[in-house]
Design a protein around this ligand. Structure first.
Ligand code: ZN
Length: 327
């Protein structure tokens, strides 16, 4: 059942539920609160396509319609919805709050994408899945509730058993009062913030969307996570923002490159742009390409290459790197 909670507004706010699931475990999930983070949306579509779920899901897959239209983090008004948990407006944030307050959900999933620079500390692969059990501020102090940590560990393990070679991390659990994860946690709903990333050879995030969708379908079938999953969560390496997508070297010189994507007008474009190496960057390079000096000079002649240009490159190594980029 699909309902538009903003029928008289300039854009819809869709909520998806299954009428036959009433009386089962209530759970809630939302995605695209940032309009350029579509992986969770693709995973929720897999859950929706399941037909009749085991749990009583309330799904809000398209929280930020105007941002989605521009493939932008913020709304068309320039507002970051994930900083609006404790203020009035805009309407998208108010509707999300209203839905979250409407039921005693037993789990909330807040689905986001992260940039490719994030990697598990000490590992030279991007973080394909990072999880966070956000802190809740209670009279005793700041706590991450056990059930939220259990589900965070469960989700990480569920994807990791499908893709053991990917990077898995946890976010630092600094308290962000304006964010929805923290606010939702304080409502008493065990909340997990999920940040999906790229995997090597798949900067389109298609595989991570599929694996997350499979994990959600598995989660739908089970009643609860266990204490051992909280331990899995607590022992995940922290996310570190020092990853570098590509290093090109001719054996003497080297240049560092990061993946970039943008939308200009209605045209999506992606590619790589030259970047200064961050401290420790050499240890966290995901791809290394060794080339002839002539080719190195050719690459160094520009600070930016689109994926189409890379795809047409004379270097077979670079072409195979480009094959994993969105086109
Ligand atoms: Zn986000």
């Amino acid at each position: 059942m699909v309902e538009n909670l903003n029928p008289h507004g300039a854009f819809p706010f869709w909520v998806v539920r299954h009428p036959k699931a009433q009386g089962r475990i209530p759970r809630v999930a939302w995605s695209m609160m940032h309009g350029n983070e579509p992986t969770g949306f693709a995973a929720l579509c897999m859950l929706i396509a399941l037909g009749e779920p085991q749990s009583d899901w309330t799904l809000m897959p398209l929280v930020n319609p105007t941002g989605i239209d521009q493939f932008a983090r913020c709304t068309a008004e320039g507002i970051d919805l994930n900083r609006c948990a404790r203020r009035m407006g805009p309407i998208e944030a108010d509707l999300l709050k209203r839905v979250l307050q409407a039921k005693a959900y037993r789990l909330a999933l807040n689905l986001h994408d992260q940039r490719s620079l994030f990697h598990p500390t000490g590992e030279s692969v991007p973080s394909s899945l990072s999880v966070l059990a956000p802190k809740a501020r209670v009279p005793q102090g700041e706590i991450a509730p056990a059930a939220a940590q259990e589900w965070a560990g469960w989700l990480s393990e569920s994807v990791a058993k499908r893709e053991p070679n990917w990077g898995y991390a946890r976010f630092d659990d600094q308290y962000y009062p304006e964010a929805f994860g923290e606010w939702c946690q304080e409502l008493g709903i065990p909340t997990v913030t999920v940040e999906t990333g790229v995997s090597l050879g798949d900067y389109r995030r298609e595989r991570v969307a599929d694996r997350l969708g499979e994990a959600l379908i598995e989660l739908d079938q089970i009643d609860r996570a266990e204490a051992k999953h909280a331990e899995i969560y607590r022992t995940l390496p922290f996310n570190s923002p020092t990853g570098t997508d590509l290093l090109i070297t001719d054996g003497i010189h080297q240049s560092f490159w990061k993946f970039e994507e943008e939308v200009l007008g209605r045209a999506y474009q992606c590619g790589i742009s030259r970047t200064l190496p961050l401290e420790g960057a050499e240890e966290s390079v995901y791809h290394r390409i060794v080339c002839e000096p002539d080719f190195f000079r050719e690459m160094a002649s520009s600070d930016r290459w689109t994926s189409s240009e890379l795809y047409a490159s004379t270097s077979a190594n670079l072409r195979s790197f480009a094959a994993g980029l969105p086109r």
